[in-house]
Design a protein around this ligand. Structure first.
Ligand code: MN3
Length: 200
């Protein structure tokens, strides 16, 4: 396989005012594109050509840092665009996912609090995650391009807390960005789709 930059699943201005057109232009057209282009160069001769993206991410972790960083970020961003939608966020979740959050994480409010805390306390660049591990939901964080796949878990929601994801719109206010992400942007139907696939 080779990596391909996907189209955004909405217009560049569709997430404003919570994420601006300018942020999406830089983040998707330049940052994600660079991960795709560099990933494709580094995939050549790596021995992982022909594998799925998930296999490339797991297979390069701890062994080929250049390929891992770019393949990991390609995986993360492929989902990140779909983890958001116009008029998303809020507290209306698909029933099965809502029940699982209540039973594994206490409540939706507690999950949001823990997810925000994970994002705020990730020192430097990285991601905050909601993931499925051993059939249970967990909230976690990772540095740089890492993701829960390389820790035996399946990510079902992630928020990019690299500065390129929020600095144009929020400057240094990462907590405000995380709040806007959870309150106005999350595509819970896509989270549910990944949750169902990870728990079937
Ligand atoms: Mn990013």
């Amino acid at each position: 396989m080779s990596f391909k930059l996907p189209e955004l699943p909405y217009a560049y201005e569709a997430l404003a005012p919570y994420m601006s057109r300018e942020t999406l232009e830089y983040h998707h057209d330049k940052h994600h594109k660079a991960y795709v282009d560099n990933g494709n160069k580094l995939l050549e001769g790596s021995g992982l050509e022909g594998k799925s993206l998930e296999e490339i991410v797991k297979g390069s972790f701890g062994k080929n840092a250049g390929l891992f960083n770019n393949a990991g970020q390609h995986y993360n961003h492929l989902h990140f665009w779909k983890w958001m939608k116009p008029n998303g966020g809020g507290d209306k979740l698909p029933a099965k996912l809502a029940a699982k959050i209540d039973s594994d994480l206490g409540s939706l409010a507690k999950m949001k609090e823990d997810f925000t805390q994970a994002g705020v306390t990730q020192f430097g660049s990285g991601w905050a995650w909601l993931a499925v591990k051993d059939g249970k939901l967990i909230v976690t964080k990772t540095a740089n391009g890492e993701n829960p796949l390389v820790h035996g878990a399946t990510p079902i929601l992630g928020c990019d807390v690299w500065e390129h994801s929020y600095y144009i719109d929020y400057r240094n206010r990462r907590p405000d960005y995380l709040k806007a992400f959870l309150d106005h942007l999350v595509n819970w139907e896509y989270v549910e789709e990944l949750f169902a696939a990870a728990t079937k």
